[in-house]
Design a protein around this ligand. Structure first.
Ligand code: NAD
Length: 357
């Protein structure tokens, strides 16, 4: 039981349900906004059209281009567009990249955000922003970038292909798993994390079997909400650090990288007291192999090599990560990071707890 913690969570209004997209007009009106900048990724163009129809002339400008890890130049241009239209609200629809671009604009302009997520990344619930310049990913926390309203509509996720759904689900699970060894974890965050893992472990296999199963989609999106909430209320460790380095320096796809690494970082941290609760929430006896098994069941990306990461880069990553080691249950040294990356290269099942020396 945790006995020392500081718990803080910002207030986002959450509107959840099939058809919730139709509430966007009312939600924007509730905030008194009249000049909206609409940001959407390519795959969400049709949802953005629906939003534009609902909002009418309150939409003053549209941004149709987003990119993973929010390149600084893209964010600068979007902020200029917000200023040119004298926008008083940012409305984003799409995956974490669309939310991330809205956050980067909010960071520069302090404009409020209404977010409509279409993946399970969880960014919409956090005060965390990220941006990339010169191959280096910078992140920070600022309450001003946390969306004030989040509209979760499971119907918007049925177009997310099974493989992307599985990868994005592993991304959400990563937030929930890393909370297990966050310093000064509050009992509230711990309970939410357990529940998020249970929901995702149940929903994701059904989502990939039938991407149109609305009940499963609803479950997965609720799990993603809890994962984002957990990410926003606590701090992350080695796993997220590794993903940021691999994404920032090597341009690896965000969700797939989470999927490729999670079982091995969890195996590295074996012995952290709360990982037993993670295992139980997964319905497994060991968190690392339980995550690997779930990953295999849902066909999520396995193997960093498949994502274009080569063994030759392992030393560089190990050096970068160990130079600024994150807090965690075990000291992070280059040898440990190298072992994780080697194991993650081909994606083989981690040794069971009994096999681990
Ligand atoms: P993404 O937003 O890049 O989307 C991945 C792909 O899926 C894109 O091609 C997108 O157009 C497509 N897509 C999105 N929704 C779709 C749908 N419903 N149907 C079909 N295709 C769809 O990827 P992501 O994994 O959602 O987000 C990754 C980004 O979010 C990264 O930059 C990551 O750093 C950031 N992130 C930030 C936080 C935070 O708290 N700041 C948390 C999680 C992720």
């Amino acid at each position: 039981m945790t006995d020392r913690f500081v718990h803080e969570h910002g207030a986002s209004r959450v509107v959840f349900g099939v058809g919730a997209l139709d509430r966007a007009g009312d939600e924007v009106a509730r905030l008194g906004a009249r000049r909206v900048l609409l940001i959407a990724d390519r795959h969400s163009a049709a949802y953005a059209d629906t939003l534009a129809g609902l909002l009418g002339d309150r939409v003053r400008g549209r941004i149709r281009e987003t990119a993973t890890h929010v390149p600084g130049a893209l964010a600068d241009a979007a902020a200029e567009k917000a200023a040119a239209h004298d926008a008083d609200l940012l409305l984003c629809v799409g995956g974490g990249s669309a939310t991330g671009l809205a956050k980067a604009v909010a960071l520069r302009t302090r404009l409020p955000i209404v977010a409509v997520p279409t993946t399970y990344a969880g960014s919409e619930m956090t005060p965390i922003w990220g941006s990339t310049r010169d191959g280096r990913k910078e992140t920070g926390r600022d309450p001003a970038v946390r969306p004030v309203t989040v509209i979760y509509d499971p119907a918007l996720t049925t177009a997310l292909p099974a493989t992307l759904s599985a990868a994005s689900g592993m991304n959400a699970l990563a937030h929930l798993v890393e909370a297990a060894y966050a310093p000064r974890l509050s009992p509230l965050t711990a309970a939410v994390a357990d529940q998020g893992i249970r929901i995702l472990a149940e929903a994701l296999p059904r989502v990939v079997t039938d991407p149109e199963d609305m009940a499963a989609r609803s479950g997965a999106l609720q799990g993603a909400w809890l994962a984002g909430w957990v990410l926003g209320t606590t701090t992350m460790g080695l796993h997220h650090k590794l993903c940021h380095v691999l994404g920032g320096f090597f341009g690896l796809p965000h969700a797939a990288t989470h999927s490729a690494l999670l079982p091995y970082v969890t195996a590295f941290n074996r012995g952290a007291p709360r990982l037993g609760r993670v295992a139980r929430a997964l319905g497994a006896t060991d968190a690392a192999t339980g995550l690997w098994d779930l990953r295999a069941t849902i066909g999520a990306p396995a193997g960093l090599a498949e994502l274009g990461f080569g063994a030759a880069e392992i030393d560089k990553v190990a050096g970068l990560v160990a130079a600024e080691p994150p807090a965690g249950p075990r000291p992070v040294e280059p040898a440990g990071v190298r072992a994780i990356l080697r194991a993650a290269l081909d994606g083989a099942r981690p040794a069971t707890a009994e096999d681990t020396p």
